[in-house]
Design a protein around this ligand. Structure first.
Ligand code: DGJ
Length: 731
């Protein structure tokens, strides 16, 4: 078993293929963290706990005259609150007597094979191929009887440990859970860099790396979605770590709503990191006997740098996360109508775009926003999911039939979580949106957010969207969300439960996705929130791909995709070739480069194909052929970031390598260009040093060792924003 309890030492030992996690029940019953890192055999690491009398670090009463035991510096698995630990707390409870304390001591534990289940929440699942074992440890407060169950699942072969927490109110009082972190991890040192992914609308997941400084650093979202601004993924790595070297710890939160990740470097140069639902505006009422389940954090450890950490996540997210059968299928090449037509289209125009796209090798036509109600701009009609017959006189069915007759699949855009004030739905049910009493709600893109905490609202959405899906042959759906939540107040919740609305919204979202997406396994769903405003593992549980960003500029995309790849597989990133000058930046980039960049994801097009010249169409045709030929390599191969666009300005390069190392594809885009500049060579990674390869774009044969050590010359003649690809195949 990959999980064991060693009674004589009172230690818990979790073993993955290459990592070890160890904990210990201390004197007095507290659960201490001993170690997470490179795999060790059965050694007892209890010696790492060094007790000492430290001034102003309080001692639990039961320690008596022993002044060396203090929760203020001991490494823990789940910190108590309101007693002697002043560092970041894992929990905040308002007890029935008004006190805020929770002091959890180990009451019992159980170990079983298989994975724990999180009701109503997405989480990793296991297949027969996986060895998975679960450890649950009950921490109970002796006074209130409140219990926190720490859940750990070890996916041994995948080198992954998942964590979650269940709170059970075993007390006799109604209590309020005001903060619950799904994961707390203490390190006895602090020589780490904190890597996180920040941004804004149209510039998501920008890489950020800083050494830990004394005090607390926070990333998170209280926008009601995981957000463009911060992603629920973070890395702590030793300061010398790079792509190929060093200890790196990944923390990925399987949740789509408000989240918080905080790292504290404390007075003794130790580190605590916590991750969970953002406590802002969170207060969960728990009556006696009720329990609360916190979402999952997926942990990975790499002793060989960031690339290996990435591979661990890509592997497990490709195989153990998404429920859609499409997760493992080749995705069709699509053309999307948004940047081609925005709201200004009719059936004839769409059919022309589709007709020209077929000719390029496109396989799926996606009708974006604007096909329903009186949706002629973004002011109106969200919530009214009836086709706009002025634009589409023969309905979705008529259009879909025509599209299919051309040999294409057909897809649509929806935004089910929203309502426009100018809509039949809002006129009929103004109380169905989130808004506070006596206040006008904030608008975002003119729209309001439906109250997904309500069952009647969810039922309406499920019925109307399932109705749309049944009205025509629809093989793809883009599920958008174009504003974040404000005014989180539900017309039907009691006032003591209003602090639950943000989380209940997400539970409601998962409920409707279960009832819409998982009941249509034949449909490929793509997530979207103004591009990448909700790009997280929670959404990837339902939707195998997500529209990476509303920014289609290939040069900006290089950074956006660079950041995204640290944790999310290429098969999750939908990426399109659009027109130039680019609609977001005005930049002009060769069409080849736009294609090479979009091929670093699920390739699609988003332009008016009727306005393309023959030469451009031919380039796209070739792009599609080449992408389809290399699809398995790109979507399932190992991913290597060959450059960092934030620190190396000359070019951006990345590589896909097949699992058997017989094929590789290096893509490179020239960034800052100087005249008569230096000769560069791009060095491959991940090849078999002893294997011989042919490089399609070059003469001769090369060993893997040569390609990785000496590299391939970057042609000097390439101009700024030009791209090149090297197709490498074993001979
Ligand atoms: C935001 C999306 O990211 C765009 O691609 C497009 O679908 C618009 N919404 C439509 O309103």
């Amino acid at each position: 078993m990959s999980v064991r309890y060693i009674e004589s030492k009172k230690t818990f030992l979790l073993q993955t293929k290459s990592s070890t996690y160890q904990m210990k029940i201390s004197d007095y019953g507290y659960l201490l963290h001993l170690y997470y890192g490179e795999r060790l055999e059965d050694e007892d690491l209890s010696y790492l706990i060094q007790l000492q009398d430290r001034g102003f670090s309080p001692n639990p009463y039961e320690a008596g005259n022993d002044r060396t035991f203090s929760l203020d510096f001991l490494p823990q698995e789940f910190s108590s609150d309101g007693s002697s630990d002043y560092r970041l707390s894992s929990i905040e409870i308002k007890n029935g007597d008004g006190s805020y304390a929770f002091v959890g001591k180990v009451a019992k534990h159980q170990i079983y094979s298989g994975k724990y289940h999180l009701a109503g929440l997405p989480s990793l699942w296991t297949t027969e191929k996986d060895t998975a074992d679960t450890l649950e440890i009950w921490l109970t407060d002796a006074v209130t009887q409140l219990t926190v169950v720490l859940c750990y699942c070890v996916l041994e072969e995948k080198d992954i440990i998942t964590r979650s927490v269940r709170v059970i109110n075993q007390s006799e009082d109604t209590i309020y859970l005001n903060r619950i972190m799904s994961m707390t991890m203490d390190f006895m040192d602090s020589d780490y860099d904190f890597i996180h992914f920040d941004g804004r609308h149209t510039m998501e997941r920008e890489w950020s790396r800083n050494p830990l400084a004394c005090g607390i650093q926070t990333v998170g979202s209280f926008r009601g979605a995981s957000s463009h601004q911060h992603n629920p993924f973070a890395v702590l790595c030793e300061s010398a770590a790079n792509e190929d070297y060093g200890r790196c710890y990944g923390f990925s939160f399987v949740y789509s709503g408000n989240f918080m990740c905080k790292v504290e470097k404390d007075q003794y140069d130790q580190t605590r990191i916590v991750m969970g639902i953002h406590p802002k505006h969170f207060s969960w009422q728990m009556k006696p006997g009720e329990s609360f389940t916190a979402p999952e954090v997926v942990l990975a450890y790499s002793g060989q740098g960031l690339t290996h950490l990435t591979h661990l996540y890509h592997n497990v997210y490709r195989e153990n996360l998404c429920k859609s059968p499409y997760a493992k299928k080749e995705r069709p090449i699509l053309i999307n109508s948004w940047e081609a037509a925005y709201f200004d289209f009719d059936e004839e125009k769409l059919l022309k775009i589709a007709g020209d796209a077929v000719d390029m090798g496109v396989e799926l036509f996606v009708l974006d926003d604007g096909w329903f109600g009186n949706r002629n701009n973004d002011n109106a009609a969200l919530g009214d999911w009836d086709v706009n017959t002025a634009k589409l006189p023969r309905g979705l069915k008529g259009l879909s039939d025509e599209i299919h007759a051309m040999g294409l699949k057909f897809g649509i855009w929806i935004e089910p979580e929203m309502v426009s004030e100018d809509s039949e739905l809002y006129r009929k049910h103004p109380d169905w949106c989130l808004q506070m009493p006596r206040r006008q709600p904030s608008r975002g893109r003119y729209q309001l957010v439906l109250d997904l905490s309500r069952e009647d609202v969810r039922d309406y959405i499920v019925t109307s969207i399932n109705g749309v899906l049944g009205s025509a042959r629809i093989e793809y759906v883009k599920w958008d969300m174009n504003r974040f939540i404000t005014d989180a107040w539900s017309a039907i919740a009691e006032k003591e439960k209003q602090g639950e609305i943000y989380h209940r919204y997400i539970l409601g979202l998962y409920d409707i996705m279960n009832r819409i997406i998982l009941t249509h396994p034949e449909v490929l769903f793509c997530g979207c929130s103004g591009g990448g405003g909700r790009f997280d593992p929670g959404m990837l549980y339902y939707q195998p791909q997500i529209w990476c960003s509303d920014n289609t500029d290939a040069v900006c995309r290089l950074k956006i995709q660079y950041g995204t790849t640290f944790v999310y597989p290429v098969s999750a990133m939908e990426s399109h070739v659009s027109v130039c000058p680019n609609h977001q930046t005005g930049r002009t980039v060769p069409i080849k480069t736009r294609g090479v960049t979009a091929m670093d994801g699920i390739l699609g097009y988003e332009l008016d194909s009727t306005k393309m010249i023959q030469e451009e169409k031919q380039i796209c045709r070739e792009q599609i052929q080449s992408y389809k030929k290399d699809y398995a390599l790109i979507a399932e191969g190992d991913y290597f970031r060959l450059t960092n666009p934030y620190t190396f300005m000359e070019y951006v390069a990345w590589e896909h390598v097949s699992r058997d190392q017989k094929e590789a594809l290096i893509s490179l885009v020239i960034m800052e260009k100087e005249a008569n500049d230096a000769q560069r060579c791009v060095k491959a990674k991940g090849l078999n040093p002893g294997m011989y390869y042919q490089v399609e774009e070059m003469e001769g044969h090369f060993s893997g060792q040569v390609l990785m050590s000496a590299g391939l010359p970057v042609p000097n003649g390439l101009l700024q924003y030009e791209a090149i690809q090297y197709h490498i195949r074993a001979i």
